[in-house]
Design a binder for this molecule. Structure first.
Ligand SMILES: [Zn+2]
Length: 726
């Protein structure tokens, strides 16, 4: 029978197909198991696996300290072979069986209710334990056995760092310990700590704030981190970005411009005395670490003082930068550390810092034809044996960015990359753009730059987490862990797959299309930033509610705005009740948006509440998201209440006014909640003796969280006056 033959053939083909799929499947862990970072290689083995609760014994084969372990493995007791289910850690000599000879690589074998971790380094044993801990966590959470398997794993990038920046705030000390635990869990092996004035320097005691961390406290943290194979190195900003030092009257004679606290005079010897003292203290706070990051980016406003101007006129501004770089690098090397510096001044000096995606290849050819000889000259003047850090916070494959990396490689310049867990002007929720092409920020940018670095054989990565707008550290979590994922294994997961793994790992929950929620929170945050301003955002310099000089960065010095005291003209006027309806008509677009955000409040709030309720761990993360969401959601309420007042109908107007009062009360409550939840982990105000560090960054405007609500303070005052006049 022909049809029977065909059927048999079909069954046979299906069977072959099944076998080929099965083979593929065979080397993937079941869906319940998600390891971050994704391991390099998984092979399934025959036989029994291992379930949560079965291991009880630890055996250590070789000369080494028991690695720090997570909550589950920590409970194993160390004893010899006693027949019970055992985790064996084996430290072996180099080259004995592991392909990758990095001391961070490891092999984990799970079989017959036992586990074995083999490595040539203690770091590898530690990482093997982190992987096993995650598998056991999933075995417990999903009540399923880890199948027998062999995991061979090693990092793609050698240096994988996260930045901690305390420029405008300070967290409780335990937060830094918990951050180290979290980073170690995801195989991050370095931290760059930007202390600013939050370290109590001994040699320049004026610089450290009275509530700052002591050198001993940071040294203890450094040692704790080292036990988790994380090296903490300090970042001490110098020539520019120096407001935390130069805000003190005592250092006035070191200023390049007498009213500008941004930059030191690079030709004043006093500059070096102060910086070297800070370096020595920072090194003492991080004993045994290899690096010292000197910043050195965005040095604007130099070459202007009577001492520097002749040099700048004769030899160019570049000579002043180079002089500063050389002096500080020489000192750092003499003290046994390797300097790290941001690379923008070097590139800018040669005119090749052109990383916009709008620049075409042919424009770029032109730029580099002119710039490259200058860059060659500059690099020969620059100190060597330091690491140039290429920072870029949008999609990395802009031709201009790629060309810089290629130039570094071709010219033997040691370069690492820096991406950011939170970039763009984010005050509350971070950006996570998927729709801005080459200009996208957030997770896509992190993935893109690290993948590019891996292709270019760059072996170091820093994930920044900037503080000019002082967002809560919880909002860095997803980005930091993404940087850990992609720097260990750049191509294993898509962003969607990463999100699924992130939610499972960090909270023990699942949610489809998580970036969609991020998009909604961002959209609403932008509305909060813009809603009460006549035009633009509260973050636009033209909308600033203070008279401070725009001194930052490369800009030519902008003098203070003057003695302006009334800023009400920057905000929305209030409804003119003599001409009801005109206000609502003028702002009809904004009110339409307010209705939209009013309507989506419940859906977002419910999702956040569900995430909070269902999370098995780290529920504080959702607490932060919930209070921030409630806080920004008070904006549409107030606008719509004002609209209600804008009518001939006296009764309706009265209701409207009552609703305005209620909207302000609601704002006060949400603000109090936000302060209270933030204060569980950070100091929300500075001590009375704190010397303000004021310049044109939002979080430098106040010594507590009220920098976030300067607009509301003024707008509510306007409303109260408006109501009093009725
Ligand atoms: Zn000078």
């Amino acid at each position: 029978m022909l049809w029977k033959k065909i059927l048999n053939l079909l069954i046979f083909i299906s069977f072959l197909f099944y076998l080929s799929c099965k083979k593929e499947e065979d080397n993937t862990l079941p869906e319940s198991f998600m390891i971050i970072p994704h391991p390099q290689k998984v092979e399934m083995l025959r036989g029994k696996g291992l379930s949560f609760g079965e291991l009880s014994n630890l055996k250590m084969d070789g000369e080494f300290q028991r690695p720090v372990m997570g909550h589950i493995l920590y409970q194993l007791t160390e004893s010899g072979d006693n027949g019970r289910e055992t985790l064996t850690l084996r430290l072996i000599k180099e080259g004995s069986g592991i392909d990758n000879d990095s001391p961070e690589s490891y092999v984990l074998i799970i079989k017959g209710k036992n586990a074995e971790i083999i490595s040539t380094g203690e770091a590898g044993l530690f990482y093997g334990c982190q992987t096993l801990e995650q598998l056991l966590e999933d075995s417990r959470d999903y009540n399923t056995a880890i199948p027998a398997c062999k995991i061979t794993d090693y990092p793609k990038l050698e240096y994988r760092a996260a930045l901690i920046d305390v420029k405008n705030h300070l967290d409780h000390m335990r937060v830094y310990y918990e951050t180290i635990d979290m980073l170690g869990r995801y195989k991050i092996n370095a931290v760059i700590f930007e202390f600013e004035d939050k370290l109590r320097y001994k040699r320049q005691p004026l610089v450290g704030a009275s509530h700052a961390m002591s050198i001993d406290e940071i040294a203890a943290l450094t040692s704790y981190a080292r036990d988790r194979h994380i090296e903490i190195s300090p970042l001490v900003q110098g020539c520019g970005h120096a407001t935390y030092i130069l805000k003190h009257e005592h250092y006035a004679k070191l200023l390049e411009l007498d009213w500008n606290i941004w930059a030191f005079c690079p030709l004043d010897e006093g500059t070096y005395k102060v910086l070297f003292d800070l370096y020595l203290d920072a090194m003492e706070a991080t004993p045994g670490s290899r690096y010292l990051h000197i910043g050195g980016d965005e040095i604007g406003n130099i070459g202007l003082c009577p001492r520097c101007k002749p040099t700048a006129d004769k030899e160019g501004l570049m000579s002043l930068y180079v002089y500063w770089f050389e002096r500080v690098c020489e000192f750092i090397k003499a003290n046994g550390r390797i300097p790290i510096l941001w690379d923008d001044m070097l590139l800018k000096s040669a005119g090749v810092l052109r990383t916009s995606s709008r620049i075409t290849e042919s424009q770029l050819d032109e730029i580099w034809r002119e710039g490259e000889p200058k860059l060659q000259k500059a690099i020969s003047d620059f100190p060597t044996n330091c690491i140039f850090m290429r920072w870029n916070y949008t999609m990395a494959r802009q031709p201009g960015n790629i060309r810089i990396l290629d130039w570094y490689r071709d010219n033997g310049v040691k370069a690492w990359i820096a991406t950011a867990a939170q970039s763009g002007p984010a005050l509350l929720f971070p950006f996570d753009d998927r729709d801005r092409g080459m200009a996208s920020r957030g997770l896509p940018a992190i993935q893109s730059f690290i993948q590019l670095a891996a292709e270019k054989d760059i072996n170091g990565m820093l994930c920044n987490a900037w503080d000019p707008r002082s967002p809560h550290f919880e909002t860095f979590r997803r980005g930091r862990i993404a940087a850990a994922e992609y720097s260990w294994n750049p191509d294993a997961r898509t962003l969607e797959e990463y999100d699924i793994a992130y939610l499972q790992r960090e909270y023990g929950i699942s949610l489809q299309n998580y970036s969609n929620l991020y998009g909604k929170l961002r959209e609403k945050t932008v509305f909060w930033e813009e809603a009460f301003n006549k035009e633009g955002s509260r973050q636009d310099p033209k909308n600033a509610l203070f008279n401070l000089p725009g001194i930052a960065h490369y800009d030519p010095p902008i003098k203070p705005k003057g003695d302006r005291t009334d800023f009400t003209g920057l905000l929305l006027e209030l409804p003119d009740l003599q001409r009801p309806g005109t206000w609502s008509e003028k702002y009809s677009e904004r009110l339409k948006q307010a209705v939209h955000f009013e309507e989506n409040y419940k859906a977002i709030a419910d999702t956040l509440k569900t995430l909070y309720n269902n999370s098995r761990r780290n529920r504080y993360h959702w607490e932060i998201f919930m209070v921030q969401h409630d806080f920004i959601s008070t904006v549409p309420h107030l606008l719509l209440a004002l609209e209600q007042c804008d009518t001939f109908d006296i009764a309706a107007q009265k209701t409207g006014l009552e609703n305005v009062r209620e909207a302000i009360r609601e704002f006060d409550r949400s603000w109090e909640n936000l302060n209270s939840v933030y204060s569980k982990t950070r100091f929300i105000s500075y001590p009375d003796d704190y010397v303000p560090d004021r310049y044109y960054h939002p979080a430098t405007q106040r010594e507590d969280l009220t920098f976030l609500i300067q607009v509301e303070e003024l707008f509510h005052e306007m409303i109260n006056e408006w109501m009093a006049e009725m």
